[in-house]
Design a protein around this ligand. Structure first.
Ligand code: PGA
Length: 220
């Protein structure tokens, strides 16, 4: 059976009290989370300590991911969060999200450095691409296909088209598992995860509300 992943990307949302409230609400339903699904929460750097501590303390069946990583090692790089620091809290890291490519001008070259940094430290990379033709660094195993027109718009790709893109990537790179992201909600999640070449989903906006996120996890 293929692995099934649900990756909640909180983006630049939530303060510590808001994150704790989200976790408290999830905690009351933790026994309903199916064991055969891999659920990954990706909060802001400032929340990583709180979220990972809570997850450990209450044995929530969640893995933790960061939303980005510095392309540099530790050192004089003001404002950057390096891989060793991320490793203290997280097992996964999202790299190449289209918002990073667009608002922070991240190039394929920078992204390749980030992937290599993460991989070298044993972090599992979730590499985002906007289309069927993007380059994929060799170390990547999880590829998130996220068409820009579908991100945060309520206008998801069709499951058939997402499957066609996923299949193209799988044929070209058999090592990859493909995730779909872009306006995933509880009502449409199964239409993506039921596709043979799609292993999971990456909801952004719909991961912010605990009840909605749980519905996505159930339906995925
Ligand atoms: P969305 O975001 O679910 O809010 O469309 C997905 C993403 O950008 O990862």
């Amino acid at each position: 059976m293929k692995e099934r992943l649900i990756i909640g990307n909180w983006k630049s949302h939530k303060t510590i009290p808001q994150a704790v409230e989200w976790l408290r609400q999830i905690k009351d339903h933790k026994d309903e989370i199916p064991e055969d699904k891999t659920v990954i929460i990706c909060p802001s750097f400032t929340l990583l300590y709180t979220v990972s501590s809570f997850v450990r303390e209450y044995s929530l069946p969640f893995k933790i991911g960061a939303q980005d990583i510095s392309p540099f090692p530790e050192g004089a790089f003001t404002g950057e969060v390096n891989g060793k620091q991320i490793k203290e809290f997280a097992e996964y890291v999202i790299i190449g999200h289209s918002e990073r490519r667009r608002y922070f001008s991240e190039s394929d070259e920078t992204l390749a450095k980030k992937v290599s940094m993460a991989h070298g430290l044993g972090l599992t990379v979730i590499y985002c691409v906007p289309d069927a033709v993007s380059k994929v660094p060799d170390e990547v195993r999880y590829l998130a296909y996220e068409p820009v027109k579908s991100i945060g718009t309520g206008n998801p790709d069709t499951p058939e088209h997402a499957e066609a893109v996923a299949k193209t990537y799988c044929r070209k790179h058999p090592r990859l598992q493909i995730i779909y992201g872009g306006s995933v909600v509880a009502e449409n999640v199964a239409s993506f995860t039921n596709q043979p070449s799609i292993s999971g989903v990456l909801p952004g906006g719909a991961s912010l509300n605990p009840a909605e996120f749980l519905d996505i996890v159930h339906n995925a």
